[in-house]
Each structure stands twice: as C-alpha cells, then as structure tokens.
Design a binder for this molecule. Structure first.
Ligand code: PMV
Length: 393
C-alpha cells in the first residue's frame, strides 16, 4: 500500500468513527523542568543542546479548542489548487509554505491575538494542515489557569494542548511520541507536557530522535510555586537562549555539567532519594541562571523578592524541611519538595513571604484530547506513523 492510499484509508476510518470532523479540544498541564532545557542546536526544528527532565503539574493547565473552518475538509478554492507549496489532498502530503498563516484566528483567555504569538500557532497548524492535506484556516481559542508568559511554563501547556487539539481536529491520529514532537515545534518544553508526572526529553540529533518519554518512578513529589510576579517577561526565553549561546562564557560549561546533572537526577529517582535529587535540581537551575546572567548584555529575570524567596527556601531546608529551589525564565521560584511535606512548607513560606502567593502543585496528568462534542476522550495510542512523514522532513 502506498503512503497516499494508507493516508486516505486513515482519514476515511476517522470520518466513519465520527471523530475529528474539523473541531476538537485538548487539555494539557504545564511542566516545570528539574533539569533544564536552555539553548537550541537547531533553531528551526527546536532540537535542544541538552536533554532535560521535568515534572508535569496539576492545576497549571491550558485548554484549547481548534476548529478548522468548514470542517477542515472544505474544498480548496480552485485558484489555489496549483499554487506551489499548497497541499493537495489527492497528491500526498507536502509541506505547506505557511498555507493559511494570517488567516487563522487565536484568542487567549478571551483576548484576540495577532503578530508573533499568532505566527507561532500558525506554524504548528501548518504542520498539521500539510500532513492532513487540508488548507482551511483555523479558529483557536485557549484558556489558561497559568499566568501567560511569566516564567510559569505557560508555553509548555499551551503548545501541548494546541498540538493535541489541532491533530485531532484535522482527523490525524498520532501517537503520544509524535504529538510530543509536534508540540516541540511550537515550544520546546511543550513536548514534555504530553506526558504526566516525571518526563525526560531526549535531546536527540534530528526531528525524529528529539521527543519526550515518561520516567518510571515511585517518588512522592510536589512543587510549591512562589508567585512573585505574573507580569509577562521582558525577554522571551527564545531570545534569551540565543543570547546566552552567542555571548555567555559560562554556557558551554553549563551544557557539559547538565549532562552529568541529568544522570545524577535519574540515579536519584531510581533509588527514590529526594535529597540527592533536590541538590542537583537546584544546582542545575542556578547554573542556567549564572550562564544567562553572564551573557552580554546580561539577562536577569530576578526581582528583589526572588532573592528573599531563595533565602527562605534555604532557611527552611536548614530547619529540616525538604525544599530545593528551581527557576525558569522569570522571577518566580518553584520549590521541589515531597508530597507529604508540601502543605507545611507552603504555610511556612506564606508566613515568611507575605507579599507572595504560594501554591502547592502535585504531579499532573499528560495531554488529554477530546472530540468535537468535548465529551468523548480520544485515545492517544494512535497509529504510530500518521504524522511521521511530515515530522521527519
Ligand atoms: O520551551 P520554552 O521556549 O518556553 O523554554 C523553556 C525554558 C525553561 O523553562 C527555562 C526551562 C525548561 O526546560 O522548561
């Protein structure tokens, strides 16, 4: 069977099942990296320089609905059929040169978006459109329980949810691994939110080898988020990474160390040793910030309250509470602890840091995808291979 026939069979099967007729939604939780991703080996494909490790959290989520106009299967206007780069369903998948960018619409928390934010979403939609052989623009609406762009990993839940909803709405049935690769193309960290709990992102060396996978463990973990500011960051993580790689004399040594840190973290997880895990988690994040602070000009996300929070965590650890800090591209501090101690730790932090909002987050589930009714949950065991031809380009 040639790829075209099998793809058409695939689409037919889904149409019969009633799933994937142009509209679907998905729910994804944000993840916080324990061993960080900072810097790309390939900017276009978003292949990272280092492998990373994260914890997907409950209560920091994005729900996204994607609707391809005209059920996504609408006939392509005749004038467009022969345009180079516009995919034609009858002739197998081709990469659409931004077939519908600019025509998509996006609302985030009810606010209409345009410019760079919409462009990033359209790029992911273009990958899906090209694979599904459709050319319809999409309406995307997204609601978050995580403040957007404030270093609280909103892009991880956002692009995981977008990948799941868009693939489903287009009638594709990718495997979780393929969804992880698709989500990665929107935002690197999003590939990890396809899975729940502890997740490792294998850096890989090309598109096919750069994906996330769950890490078996029996640890009782939680993250206490100390919210210092929910204002959007002044430098995007994307720009800050580029600057760090190009100008920071500390970056290469962080990359070398990060590989060892990941091995150390995985060894700690395999023996359930929280103290050993916490120590390397904190060191890895501080190393990443040291590298970005040393870039020229420096990238400093910290605020005065950040230092106070880091000090409070160290003090509480000195008193015997399990608590180790980590930080992302923003001023907020996230504290790794045990599920058992999380509430007590949060109470202590609230009284030491009255200006901050402190919240406990426990491990959360991976990506969930729903059909157009928003009720029936799609299984994500899908046919491995339904996105493969496109993603491996
Ligand atoms: O996926 P991005 O482009 O939002 O980058 C995320 C980078 C960090 O949050 C700082 C680290 C990580 O691994 O999530």
């Amino acid at each position: 069977m040639d790829s075209r026939t099998s793809r058409q069979d695939e689409v037919g099967k889904h149409e019969e099942s009633g799933l994937g007729r142009g509209r679907a939604s998905a729910l994804a939780n944000a993840n916080i990296a324990l061993i960080k991703y900072w810097g790309k080996a390939d900017e276009a494909l978003i292949i990272p320089r280092t492998s990373s490790l994260s914890l997907t959290l409950d209560g920091l989520s994005t729900e996204t609905t994607v609707e391809f106009v005209g059920n996504g299967r609408g006939a392509m206007p005749p004038a467009q059929r022969d345009l180079p780069g516009v995919p034609d369903r009858t002739s197998g998948p081709r990469v659409a040169a931004s077939a519908s960018s600019g025509r998509d619409s996006l609302t985030i928390d009810g606010v209409q978006q345009s410019g760079k934010v919409l462009d990033r979403v359209s790029k992911v939609l273009d990958l899906v459109r090209a694979q599904a052989g459709i050319n319809a623009p999409a309406h995307v609406s997204s609601t978050n329980t995580v403040p957007y762009g404030a270093g609280l990993a909103s892009s991880s839940s956002a692009f995981a949810a977008l990948a799941g909803a868009a693939a489903q709405a287009a009638g594709l049935r990718p495997s979780r691994r393929e969804l992880s690769r698709l989500a990665r193309r929107g935002s690197g960290s999003a590939c990890r939110s396809v899975y729940g709990g502890l997740v490792k992102w294998n850096a890989g060396h090309d598109d096919a080898s750069s994906y996330a996978e769950p890490v078996d463990n029996s640890m009782d973990l939680a993250i206490v988020v100390i919210l210092i500011s929910n204002r959007e960051k002044h430098v995007s993580s994307r720009d800050a990474m580029v600057r760090t790689i190009a100008t920071s004399p500390l970056y290469e040594s962080w990359v070398q160390q990060s590989g060892k840190d990941l091995d150390e973290a995985l060894a700690a997880i395999s023996t359930g040793d929280l103290e050993r895990l916490g120590a390397v988690v904190e060191a890895n994040a501080m190393g990443m910030h040291a590298a970005m602070i040393a870039s020229r000009p420096p990238t400093l996300y910290w605020l005065p309250e950040t230092i106070r929070a880091l000090g409070a965590v160290e003090e509480l650890r000195g008193q015997g509470l399990p608590a180790w800090s980590t930080m992302d591209a923003g001023p907020n501090v996230k504290v790794l602890t045990s599920g058992r101690d999380a509430e007590r730790l949060a109470d202590e932090l609230r009284s030491m840091l009255p200006a901050c909002r402190v919240q406990v987050h426990r491990p959360g589930a991976g990506l969930r995808v729903f059909d157009e009714s928003g009720v029936r949950e799609a299984e994500l065991v899908g046919q491995a291979g339904s996105l493969a031809p496109l993603l491996s380009r």
